[in-house]
Design a protein around this ligand. Structure first.
Ligand SMILES: *[C@@H]1O[C@H](CO)[C@@H](O)[C@H](O)[C@H]1NC(C)=O
Length: 385
């Protein structure tokens, strides 16, 4: 160390103190920037594991069949539904309806204007006479009695509020998402597809339905690049080659009649280790160098089979406070690879421009309900929404 005897002969005490001080400052900065944490990280590729680590597949199957599982669930997301919109997915005889698409919109108690706009734009259930669409809004609980009366009135009018008894706060996002998953599994389990969407997102239901028809062949310009990749090696386009790989891994995991879609904007990222970030995460909480590949929150598309698998698997996967990462952990445990699509514009957003939204499926940045309504109406009249 610099302050040992023979060094202190050459260095005055004062210099030494300065050096120590500088070192301390340096280490503190390193720590704040997360450099020291990066050193403590474990390699994702070779060392990834996440509780529960044992094989839970037979217990998951037991739960699905309503049997007693061998392994006791570690998670149940047991927050009672205050309102469960249980008629939403039933037909006139009280049976679950087979639906094409269900929007599960993550909202906040006081976002009534956003909900009002969504009901008459992309969340409009009768948008297409031959496609059965449903929409619910997910909220937690607050402490303001007046706000709650507003929610009750809204629900009495529209019957589309799913409310559960947990504190509606940012870091309870995973609870909110998982209450949506639980709701789908318990009250609306016969849909072909689900979209878990934030209430500040623009969606084109028309484009989303097109995408769902052929998740590997939308949009058109990608399809073209994909076919270009079937040309002789020298002529292959990069985007075509990447696309082909993705399509292959997506198709690989479809077995029999099961459709394991988990789609949106897919991220391959490292955890943020600098302490001033909203998304700071300690090595204790998540020790690996990378997140599992995840569909970034905002708009996440699940097939019915994936939704059901997520619900039952969640009983055995330790809670994590970022909801998009939690879903990715479930997918990883289930061996489901997310499918990326370039028309999910969630971070970075795609600012609205009427001539630039032809293929857009989802775009973030619509916290202003007037903007959403204007954009959506314009795109609808252009045939794009
Ligand atoms: C999440 O909700 C639970 C249940 O209401 C509450 O006890 C907890 O404080 C909430 N957590 C945060 C971070 O708000």
């Amino acid at each position: 160390m610099p302050c040992s005897n023979h060094l202190s002969l050459r260095w005055h005490g004062k210099r030494c103190i300065q050096l120590v001080a500088a070192t301390v400052v340096f280490l503190v900065i390193c720590d704040q920037l997360g450099v020291t944490l990066h050193i403590a990280e474990l390699d994702y590729q070779s060392e990834f594991r996440y509780p529960l680590e044992e094989d839970v597949s037979s217990s998951v199957e037991s739960l699905k069949l309503g049997l007693e599982p061998d392994i006791h669930p570690i998670n149940q997301y047991n927050y009672p539904f205050i309102s469960d919109a249980r008629r939403k997915c039933l037909d006139l005889n009280g049976n679950l309806q087979p639906l094409r698409l269900v929007y599960i919109v993550k909202s906040a108690l006081d976002h009534l204007e956003r909900r009002a706009a969504i009901r008459y734009t992309w969340g409009f259930e009768k948008r297409f006479s031959d496609v059965d669409i449903r929409r619910v809004f997910l909220v937690g609980k607050g402490s303001d009695a007046k706000v709650q009366r507003g929610i009750d009135a809204e629900n009495a009018e529209h019957g589309d509020i799913v409310q559960a008894d947990f504190a509606d706060t940012y870091y309870n996002n995973t609870i909110k998402t998982m209450m949506g998953v639980k709701w789908a599994a318990n009250y609306c389990s016969k849909a072909m597809f689900y979209a878990i969407v934030d209430d500040d997102v623009y969606i084109s239901t028309k484009n989303l339905l097109r995408f769902l028809k052929h998740p590997t062949a939308y949009p058109q310009y990608w399809k073209e690049a994909f076919f270009a990749s079937e040309q002789p090696a020298g002529k292959k386009t990069n985007v075509g080659v990447q696309r082909l790989k993705q399509v292959e891994s997506f198709l690989d995991q479809q077995s029999g009649s099961r459709n394991k879609l988990y789609a949106g904007k897919v991220m391959h990222k490292s955890p943020l280790r600098h302490k001033f970030s909203t998304w700071y995460i300690s090595v204790e909480e998540y020790p690996f160098s990378m997140w599992p590949p995840y569909v970034t929150g905002g708009a996440t598309i699940l097939s019915g089979d994936t939704m059901i698998d997520f619900y039952y698997m969640s009983h055995y996967v330790k809670h994590f406070r970022f909801d998009d990462i939690y879903l990715a952990l479930l997918a990883k445990k289930l061996g489901i690879t997310p499918l990326d699509n370039p028309e999910f514009h969630i971070y970075p957003d795609k600012p609205y421009a009427s001539n630039d939204y032809e293929y857009v499926i989802a775009a973030h940045g619509y916290s202003n309900p007037q903007l959403l309504t204007k954009a959506w109406n314009e795109q609808k009249s252009l045939g794009n929404a």
